[in-house]
Design a protein around this ligand. Structure first.
Ligand SMILES: N[C@@H](Cc1c[nH]c[nH+]1)C(=O)O
Length: 393
């Protein structure tokens, strides 16, 4: 290979998948596509970029700032999709209006957000996800959580858990308190970032009664098993928060039916970074990753911002996050090795081509030498290329 002085860079927050990583990615994606299909979901593919206005339907100020934006020739503002939930809501509201509900859709694709890049967190990243559109109620929420559990299992992970919260629990408490919209936003931001100190400061300055302050301070700590729901029920009196807890209890009951309750904890402090959530929200965690592997929840209003009333729920799993977790946990995937290396002595290329074609027709993978080699050289190449067997002609 020729070399020169120029070392080309790739943009901040992007990465290459070299052959081994690309192979692992393909294996994980393949098993997830198979899983989603088994649960009755159909794949959809949408444009990588859309009008900013469309993609902004479900996002707050922060998310809008984190989108990659640019102009088309007519000066329309376009953006790279920051997730797939909004594009799918658009598709469901326009193209799939006539389909009978519920709609079960899945995707395996790249999405784009400005992020502080680190291992497992890039500005361009891959997601496998599902959206279950057109149904309110706990049955749909339980289905997507159970499917997320299965997705983590089928990705090869053995140790993980799912934490479930409910945005209406916090909303009920906020409505009851007399915080201004701006204060609420700040409180939520502290909760998103798990910034307990910042939360304390805002509350101290808020002038709220000490009871409400204590309650709000406790939200990030409301974490535990099934009993947590009762404990939280005793802490709140407003009907919105109580209905949220009842909803979680109903979902949990169905999760027991799926036999996945051992993976489930409740975390009433979860606020996800999309504004569109209206009910149950959840995140999946695995040891060795300081951020969630997957996340999702119910969004009942977002599709209606495209003109069709369509309560919906879903989740997405980060593919790079899964790959990183597998690597950190020392789990290797069953990657197929190439079966044959076909080497040949001078003058035997045509014969070697015929042999390689024959093996390929039998479904075997073959790497064919492109220049003559001695048997010994061919054996060395076979090893170096990781092929299981050598044929020397
Ligand atoms: N789009 C969300 C996940 C999700 C899918 N459906 C509902 N939520 C995300 O990228 O985090």
């Amino acid at each position: 290979m020729k070399t020169n002085e120029f070392v080309p860079q790739i943009p901040y927050g992007t990465r290459d998948f070299l052959p081994r990583e690309a192979k692992y990615k393909r294996i994980v994606e393949g098993s997830l596509a198979g899983l989603f299909a088994k649960w009755g979901y159909d794949e959809v593919v949408t444009p990588t970029f859309e009008y900013l206005e469309t993609l902004s339907a479900g996002s707050d100020e922060q998310m809008a700032q984190n989108m990659f934006k640019f102009f088309d020739k007519k000066n329309h503002i376009l953006a790279l999709r920051p997730d797939m939930t909004t594009p799918i809501a658009r598709v469901a509201s326009t193209r799939l209006k006539e389909n009978s509900l519920p709609l079960r859709l899945f995707y395996l694709t790249n999405v784009f957000r400005y992020e502080q890049a680190q291992a497992g967190r890039q500005c361009e990243f891959y997601q496998a996800g599902v959206e279950l559109l057109g149904v309110p109620g706990p049955a749909a929420d339980a289905e997507v959580i159970a499917l997320a559990v299965q997705a983590m299992k089928d990705s090869g992970l053995q140790t993980f858990q799912v934490n479930i919260g409910q945005v209406e629990f916090i909303n009920g408490i906020m409505e009851e308190s007399r915080l201004t919209a701006e204060q609420r936003q700040k409180v939520k931001q502290c909760m998103v970032n798990r910034n307990v100190v910042g939360l304390g400061e805002i509350l101290t300055a808020s002038g709220l009664s000490s009871d409400v302050q204590t309650l709000l301070r406790q939200i990030p700590l409301l974490y535990g098993k099934e009993e947590l729901l009762e404990q939280a029920y005793a802490m709140v009196t407003n009907p919105v928060s109580r209905a949220a807890l009842d909803n979680l209890a109903d979902i949990y009951c169905l999760l027991k039916g799926y036999g996945v309750e051992q993976y489930v904890n409740f975390d009433l402090g979860i606020i996800r970074d999309f504004e569109y959530y209206t009910g149950m929200v959840f995140e999946g965690y695995t040891p060795g990753l300081g951020f969630p592997l997957c996340g999702g929840g119910r969004y009942d209003k977002m599709v209606s911002s495209f003109g069709v009333d369509c309560p919906s729920t879903g989740f997405a799993l980060g593919i790079e996050r899964v790959l990183l977790a597998l690597e950190r946990q020392g789990i290797s995937l069953d990657a197929d090795f190439r079966e044959w290396y076909v080497g040949w002595e001078p003058g035997k290329l045509t014969e070697a081509i015929q042999k390689a074609s024959e093996l390929r027709m039998q479904g075997q993978s073959v790497e064919l030498a492109l220049f003559p080699q001695s048997r010994q050289e061919a054996a060395m190449s076979q090893k170096a290329k990781g092929c299981k067997e050598l044929i020397y002609i």
